[in-house]
Design a protein around this ligand. Structure first.
Ligand SMILES: Cc1cc2nc3c(=O)[nH]c(=O)nc-3n(C[C@H](O)[C@H](O)[C@H](O)COP(=O)(O)OP(=O)(O)OC[C@H]3O[C@@H](n4cnc5c(N)ncnc54)[C@H](O)[C@@H]3O)c2cc1C
Length: 385
C-alpha cells in the first residue's frame, strides 16, 4: 500500500516530515513487507533488519544525536510506527526497542545513556522490556523475580513471560525486586545484557493467535549477572516510579499504531467492496455496506483527530498518563471493532489469511491486552474523575 492512508491531513505534518515519511515508506516496502510470511514462519524478524533500520536512522528517530539517535521529535517516531502499521507489519519490534531507549534517556545515568543508546540506535543491540511474569501481569506488585547484590554485581533469579523481542534481545530492561520486604519501593529496573550471561536463558518462542512474526518469549534467570552500574538511574527502589513515568510513551505509541491499522482497514475494505460484485452490483453500492463504511470513516476521523492531538501534546511535552490510557484503550477497542466489521464485508475472503484484512484481524486482538489491559486503562482514567 503506497498511498497515504490518513483519513484527514495530520495536524502536525510538515514538508520535512513528509520527506522523512517517504524514506520510511520505501524502507518498509523493501525490507519489511516482502518478508512478512517468512518472518511468521520463523517466528522472528532477521537480525539484519535491525542493522538496516539502524543505518537509516529510524530505530531511535526521536533520541538526541548526542546519544547516537537521529535527533528528531516524537513526530518522526510516530511516522515510523504509522508506516509499519500501513504495511500491516506486526513482527518488527521497533516499538518495544524505542520504549526501552526512552527509559534509558529519561531515567538512566549519563554513563548508561552513553553506553547503551548508540548501540540501540544503530541496531547492534536489540532491546526488550521484561515486566510480566507467569504469576503477575496487570498486578506488577506481585512480581517475584529478584536481584541480590554482591561484590561483583547483581544475581537475578526468576522468570518472565510474554516478552516481545525476547528471542533476539541483547539488552533487557528487567523489572525485579531488590528489596522484597519494601513493597513497590523495593522494585528496581535492571539493564541486563544477554550475551555471555550463563545464568540467562531464553525459553520457547510462544505460539500466538496473531503477530506470529514477533518473537514473544519466556525468559529464565538463574543467577543471571547484572553489573553494579546497571540499575536504571543508579539507585535501587526507583523502578515503580520509573514505570509510571514512562508508560504514557508506550501507550501513546499503541494508539498511533492502532489508528494506522483502522485507516488501513478502511482503505482495504473500500477497495474490495468496489471490486466485488453480488446481485448485479458492487458491494459498495449496497446501503448496508455504505452505511458501515460511512460509520467507520467517521470513527477513523475521530480517532485521527484524537491521536493527532495526543501527538501534538507529546511534542509539546504535556501528554499525561490519563490521556495516554484513553488513547490506548479507546483506539484498541475501536481497532478490533472496525477490523471485525471489515472482515464481514470481505465475506469468506476476510477469513483467509492470504488476505491482509484476515491477518489484521488476528494481529489486532492483543492490542486490548498488552501495554496494560484496557480494564487497567479504565482504572487509571477513573482515578482522575
Ligand atoms: C503478544 C504479547 C506481547 C507482550 N509483550 C510484553 C512485553 O514485551 N513485556 C512485558 O512485560 N509484557 C508483555 N506482555 C504481557 C502483557 O503486558 C500482559 O499480558 C498484560 O499486562 C496482562 O497481564 P496478564 O496477561 O497477566 O493478565 P492478568 O493480569 O491475569 O489479567 C487478565 C484479565 O483480567 C482483567 N483484569 C486484571 N486486573 C484487573 C483490574 N484491576 N480490574 C478489572 N479487570 C482486571 C483484565 O480483563 C485482564 O485482561 C505481552 C503480552 C502479549 C500477549
Amino acid at each position: 500500500m503506497s498511498a497515504d492512508c490518513a483519513v484527514i491531513p495530520r495536524s502536525w505534518d510538515t514538508p520535512e516530515l513528509e520527506s522523512f515519511r517517504d524514506s520510511v515508506k520505501k524502507f518498509v516496502a523493501a525490507e519489511v513487507a516482502p518478508h512478512a510470511e517468512r518472518f511468521r514462519q520463523q517466528q522472528h524478524v532477521d537480525r539484519a533488519l535491525w542493522h538496516k533500520a539502524g543505518e537509516l536512522g529510524i530505530l531511535l528517530a526521536d533520541i538526541p544525536d548526542a546519544y547516537g539517535g537521529s535527533g528528531g521529535s516524537f513526530a518522526h517516531q510516530a511516522i515510523v510506527f504509522e508506516e509499519l502499521g500501513y504495511a500491516g507489519d506486526m513482527a518488527f519490534g521497533g516499538h518495544v526497542h524505542a520504549i526501552v531507549a526512552h527509559y534509558i534517556l529519561n531515567q538512566g545515568t549519563e554513563q548508561q545513556k552513553q553506553k547503551y543508546l548508540p548501540q540501540l540506535a544503530d541496531g547492534s543491540m536489540i532491546a526488550a522490556i521484561a515486566m510480566s511474569e507467569p504469576g503477575a501481569g496487570s498486578d506488577l506488585k506481585g512480581i517475584r523475580t529478584s536481584a541480590v547484590k554482591g561484590a561483583d554485581g547483581y544475581r537475578v533469579h526468576g522468570s518472565k513471560t510474554f516478552i516481545s523481542n525476547g528471542y533476539l534481545a541483547d539488552l533487557i530492561l528487567v523489572v525485579v525486586k531488590t528489596d522484597p520486604e519494601a513493597g513497590t519501593r523495593g522494585v528496581s529496573l535492571l539493564l541486563l545484557e544477554t550475551r555471555d550471561n550463563p545464568g540467562f536463558k531464553v525459553g520457547r518462542i510462544l505460539e500466538k493467535v496473531g503477530q506470529k512474526g514477533q518473537d514473544t518469549c519466556e525468559l529464565f534467570f538463574d543467577g543471571a549477572h547484572v553489573g553494579l552500574d546497571d540499575v536504571l538511574g543508579g539507585v535501587e527502589g526507583q523502578g515503580f516510579a520509573q514505570l509510571m513515568t514512562e508508560l504514557p510513551y508506550e501507550r501513546t505509541i499503541l494508539g498511533v499504531a492502532g489508528v494506522a491499522a483502522i485507516e488501513r482497514a478502511l482503505v482495504l475494505t473500500v477497495e474490495h467492496t468496489r471490486e466485488r460484485r453480488a446481485f448485479g452490483q458492487a458491494l459498495i453500492e449496497m446501503q448496508n455496506t455504505r452505511f458501515v463504511l460511512a460509520e467507520i470513516k467517521t470513527e477513523a476521523t475521530i480517532a485521527r483527530i484524537f491521536i493527532d492531538r495526543c501527538i501534538e501534546d507529546m511534542l509539546a511535552g504535556r501528554m499525561d498518563t490519563v490521556r495516554a490510557s484513553m488513547a490506548k484503550y479507546w483506539i484498541s477497542d475501536l481497532q478490533c471493532k472496525v477490523v471485525d466489521q471489515c472482515v464481514q464485508l470481505f465475506g469468506g475472503y476476510g477469513y483467509m489469511l492470504e488476505y491482509p484484512i484476515a491477518q489484521m484481524y488476528v494481529d489486532a486482538r492483543v492490542q486490548r491486552i498488552y501495554g496494560g489491559a484496557n480494564e487497567i486503562m479504565k482504572e487509571i482514567i477513573a482515578r482522575s474523575l
